[in-house]
Design a protein around this ligand. Structure first.
Ligand SMILES: Cc1ncc(COP(=O)(O)O)c(C=O)c1O
Length: 397
């Protein structure tokens, strides 16, 4: 019998507990709703959770990526390397400075930047004079690397950091998908110079909108704190009187206490959310293991996959139906899906301004034809999970 749900199952939904709602209500009643004690507490608890010395709360991960690049003093004479398979945020922040975004291809299994895809780019397009890595075609100086832990599968941080050290590059991890993820016994949050997390609605934990930067560089952390609130040298919660000084032209990127109140509760619930996500992902893997022409996501053998997304790949030559038909049929059965991601070089803005050569991205191009994300979130009921499994097996089995 054809699986048909009565209600639509989105591919992702946040899980908000009554406790989180009550904490927000308490903040609303307290008279202090913007950045204040809740933000401080969230930062402290988040830093402890991942084991970082500094955590700076912001109103998005995009703000975090922007401020990390600002803190290292990026200019329009510079370039930054990121992955071709990511959300535009990882690349757009480079463009904010007039700097050049350079894209690596991804590996064919997890679709992430690897030491090999990084070195392919460096060897093909850059030269090293013993001090500076320069982009040959533009003369721009490569300053940083933004690896992306796509779906929550962690990049090989040891090797990427080793390459970054060799070429004097900062490492700014885009960990929007990677909370709570572990790489070789250490949490994502302590590896690179900066790690940037997202608390957007569908992420491992949410604050509605929000982000966090962790770092062990205390001076650069101070710079981010300064620039997140207009370049004012004291935050308003701690300001004793009316006097303050603007020492830079900063930004308006602070997190509000309303959001931090949700974040604190979500942080306490994070391991439970993760366990449920993993349980669902492993059940899917078991259920789909004998489908022909379907590549399933692998657990992280050396750490902990955050299971932010459950991405499969459909090989149109072997599978019963192709990716687009599968998405369409699932939608007809009231099951939502998504695609992570349209490669950066396929978007009109990047095409118009940077003229990337698609031939340099064979794996990203293949991925784009095949990938599909199925519903995965902590609040899915067993019935939801069974509906997805039955429908996918009906269509591809
Ligand atoms: C890989 C990646 N990086 C960055 C971001 C930006 O996060 P935010 O919406 O918190 O700015 C997202 C958001 O979806 C993302 O998927």
């Amino acid at each position: 019998m054809r699986t048909m749900r009565k209600t639509f199952l989105p591919f992702a939904l946040p899980s908000i507990s009554e406790e989180a709602i009550e904490e927000v209500a308490a903040v609303l009643r307290s008279g202090w709703v913007t950045s204040g004690p809740k933000v401080k507490q969230f930062e402290k608890e988040f830093a402890e959770f991942v084991g970082a010395s500094q955590a700076i709360a912001l109103n998005s991960a995009t703000a975090g990526l922007h401020l990390a690049l600002e803190a290292i003093g990026l200019t329009d004479e510079d370039a930054v390397i990121t992955s071709s398979v990511t959300f535009t945020a990882s690349a757009e922040v480079i463009c904010y400075f007039g700097a050049l975004p350079l894209l690596t291809d991804v590996d064919p299994i997890h679709n992430i930047m690897t030491p090999k895809t990084l070195l392919d780019l460096i060897n093909r397009e850059c030269s090293w004079n013993g001090k500076i890595l320069t982009h040959n075609a533009t003369g721009k100086k490569i300053r940083a690397l933004i690896p992306v832990h796509l779906a929550g599968y962690t990049c090989d941080m040891e090797s990427l950091i080793e390459i970054a050290d060799r070429y004097n590059l900062y490492v700014i991890e885009d960990a929007a998908h990677a909370f709570p993820a572990i790489h070789k016994n250490r949490m994502i949050g302590v590896w690179g110079d900066f790690t940037v997390f997202s608390f957007y609605a569908t992420k491992g934990i949410t604050t509605g909108e929000g982000g966090m930067v962790t770092t062990n560089h205390s001076e650069l952390a101070d710079r981010i704190r300064l620039m997140r609130l207009h370049g004012i040298n004291r935050d308003s919660y701690n300001r004793p009187g009316w006097y303050y000084e603007v020492v830079e032209a900063g930004f308006k990127y602070n997190m509000a206490d309303i959001a931090a109140a949700i974040g604190i509760v979500q942080l306490h619930e994070a391991n439970g959310f993760w366990a449920r996500r993993e349980e669902i992902a492993l059940r899917y893997n078991l259920a789909f293991s004998d489908l022909v022409g379907v590549k399933l996501p692998l657990p992280d053998e050396q750490g902990r996959h955050s299971w932010h997304l459950y991405r499969i790949e459909i090989d149109p030559k072997i599978a019963k139906i192709g990716r687009d038909s599968l998405a369409e049929e699932l939608k007809e059965r009231n099951i939502g899906t998504s695609l992570h991601f349209i490669p950066i070089f396929e978007h009109p803005y990047y095409k118009k301004n940077y003229n990337f050569n698609r031939e340099n991205f064979p794996n990203a191009c293949r991925m784009y034809e095949k990938a599909l994300s199925l519903p995965l979130f902590a609040g899915m009921t067993d019935e939801d999970v069974n509906d997805v499994m039955s429908a996918v097996k009906e269509l591809l089995g």
